[in-house]
Design a protein. Structure first.
Length: 143
């Protein structure tokens, strides 16, 4: 077995043992290069900026007559979804990378559970309301 079969640095032509994997173009999961603190600060500030812009836009749209009044709830829902996306990407670091599969699956499962709880609660309340006795008959029964 040659040296290039098991040494990842040898494929690049650099057999210098002091050279690390940070300068390679492709990485395996868990083999990612170490990121400097400036990268994290830049991401956090960028996410904070986007969050502030989306929050101010939501308050501005809710309090102004810039868009047609019945469309305000739709605009606020769109801004809320964008806000969730900013939080997922910039603060929770949920991406589509190969090392993030468990995070994405956990997020999808959480969304499914929340959807089932909300939809089930609405369904139960609708059926309870539909099967409830009219108020005038309930009042007659209490007398």
């Amino acid at each position: 077995m040659s040296n290039t079969d098991y040494d990842p640095r040898a494929h690049r032509g650099a057999l210098n043992p002091t050279e690390d994997l940070n300068h390679r173009g492709d990485h395996a999961p868990g083999d990612e290069p170490a990121e400097d603190s400036g990268h994290w600060v830049r991401n956090a500030n960028l996410g904070l900026g986007f969050s502030i812009i989306l929050t101010v836009a939501a308050f501005y749209l809710a309090g102004s007559h810039l868009i047609y009044a019945p469309a305000i709830p739709v605009a606020l829902i769109v801004l809320a979804i964008a806000q969730m996306g900013v939080h997922l990407v910039f603060f929770l670091h949920v991406t589509t990378g190969p090392d993030n599969t468990n995070n994405v699956l956990a997020l999808a499962f959480g969304v499914l559970v929340v959807f089932l709880i909300v939809a089930g609660s609405i369904w139960i309340m609708d059926h309870l309301s539909h099967n409830m006795m009219p108020m005038d008959q309930m009042m007659q029964m209490q007398q």
